[in-house]
Design a protein around this ligand. Structure first.
Ligand code: GLU
Length: 462
């Protein structure tokens, strides 16, 4: 039997990184079993679902290389199918109409809660054989005794007592099908074999299995993935970090780094922390996914992104970086050392937007001096800067080694420790205390610009 997995997002927001992890594990599990990965848009909540969010989700998955093997299906277009299947359940006597009012249900719930019981429908209409009307919902006749077993690839068998489960509503009083009914019918119609989704769905699974059984569908295998948590072990939210995939892409994290980091949310592969999608497909084992919640750590993403960035050759790195440079509207048309600059700066930061920003002093001008750096190093450096200006003015050969050599000589003459010599120059040239080797920084900055910036720093000091 062909393994078929699916990702079933509700298009009520942009693609969340927890959703990317779910989609990724579905994709990987399908591919490593030579199966199919499908998408189903669960857009029955017409008020909250939008086409824009749907497009964001599908485009985001495509951008990561997690494209489905078939066109996505939409729940909003399949009502007829759901109603037909509901009719099957009615015909087989496994569902009943219920006209309990909201007031009665609320009172029941309150008194059950007061008595310390789990709130659930008491089955009042179960044997009344009521006819359908404008105020009836259709409920599933859930078995009163026995148990239902969820066959979970990560957690083993999870057993639920049927007595704990409600007579689930299948059709609302306006005749529309409920989420659980649609979900079960779609998995069957899409010939899904394996449902991989978040742990938050575990309690839905036994209910959905009852619907499957009422429809005489074959059983599915399940894998409930650990929740994605923030550092404080609460569910990851905007409070902790950006949650939307496109925010990470916009910050300049490579897709391969995002995939790598998300794969490691709940799964690890021994010592080897850096891998790409093909390697993940080769090595992933869903049975190794952990049960405990997985903490999303931005510093891990930074580290993994640095690793993947360092693996890119010069041309590939440049191709990745250019859109971020262009995004800053930097004019580099007159700058003839762009390739050298990019190579020198490629590892200064851990994402592409920050790397692009680090090029601003070279391609344009920095906004202001780093205040701490000014107080610590620039103040009192007038003599040093003046000497450096004179030295640079006298240089005819403009390359890193020569500049470094002259700086070293000057440092000796002025009898300065290295930070006292180098940091004022760095701040004068880049506004900050971080840059490549000083010879390289000055070479990349160019002679005129370097001298002008050093003079500007002197003006600033006076
Ligand atoms: N639409 C559900 C969600 O976004 C997914 C349901 C499922 O995977 O079965 O959480």
């Amino acid at each position: 039997m062909t393994t078929i997995t699916r990702f079933a997002p509700s298009p009520t927001g942009t693609l969340h990184i927890g959703g990317v992890r779910t989609a990724l594990f579905n994709y990987v599990y399908a591919k490593q079993n030579n199966g199919l990965f499908l998408i189903r848009i669960e857009d029955t909540d017409l008020e909250r679902s939008t086409k824009e969010f749907e497009k964001n989700i599908l485009d985001s998955l495509d951008s990561l290389g997690l494209s489905p093997d078939n066109e996505p299906v939409h729940q909003s277009e399949r009502t007829e199918l759901y109603l037909e299947s509901a009719q099957h359940i009615i015909n087989s006597g496994k569902a009943y109409y219920c006209n309990c009012s909201k007031v009665r249900l609320d009172e029941m719930r309150t008194s059950q809660q007061k008595a310390g019981q789990k709130p659930q429908y008491d089955g009042k209409c179960r044997d009344l054989n009521l006819a359908k009307s404008n105020d009836t919902v259709l409920r599933l006749k859930t078995p009163n005794s026995g148990e239902v077993v969820v066959n979970d690839l990560i957690r083993g068998d999870i057993v639920f007592e049927n007595s704990e489960l409600d007579d689930l509503i299948l059709l609302r009083s306006d005749g529309t099908p409920t989420y659980h009914l649609c979900n079960v019918i779609d998995d069957y119609e899409q010939e899904v074999t394996t449902v991989i989704r978040g742990e938050d769905h575990i309690s839905n699974t036994p209910r959905q299995i009852h619907i499957q059984q009422a429809l005489e569908y074959p059983p599915l295998e399940y894998a409930h993935l650990p929740l994605v948590l923030g550092q404080d072990k609460k569910r990851l939210s905007k409070r902790h970090a950006a949650t939307s995939l496109d925010e990470y892409q916009a910050m300049g994290y490579l897709n391969v780094s995002i995939i790598n980091t998300l794969a490691r949310l709940g799964w690890s592969r021994g010592e080897n922390e850096v891998f790409n999608l093909d390697e993940l497909i080769r090595d992933f084992d869903i049975k190794e996914v952990q049960k405990a919640g997985a903490i999303f750590d931005l510093s891990k993403l930074d580290w993994i992104n640095s690793q993947h960035l360092s693996q890119l050759d010069e041309a590939a790195f440049k191709a990745e970086l250019m859109p971020f440079i262009d995004n800053l509207n930097l004019d580099y048309s007159d700058y003839d050392q762009l390739d050298d600059l990019i190579e020198a700066m490629r590892s200064v930061k851990s994402n592409l937007s920050l790397i692009a920003e680090a090029l601003i002093p070279y391609l344009d001008s920095f906004k202001e001096y780093d205040e701490k750096g000014v107080n610590k190093f620039l103040v009192g450096s007038e003599v040093t800067l003046t000497h450096v200006i004179l030295m640079l003015e006298s240089l005819d050969d403009w390359n890193e080694a020569i500049i470094d050599e002259h700086l070293a000589k000057l440092q000796e003459e002025l009898e300065l420790p290295t930070p006292k010599m180098n940091q004022p120059i760095r701040i004068a040239l880049t506004g900050s205390t971080q840059s490549p080797s000083l010879g390289m920084t000055i070479k990349l900055m160019g002679k005129d610009k370097s001298i002008n910036l050093l003079k500007k720093a002197l003006d600033f000091l006076s």
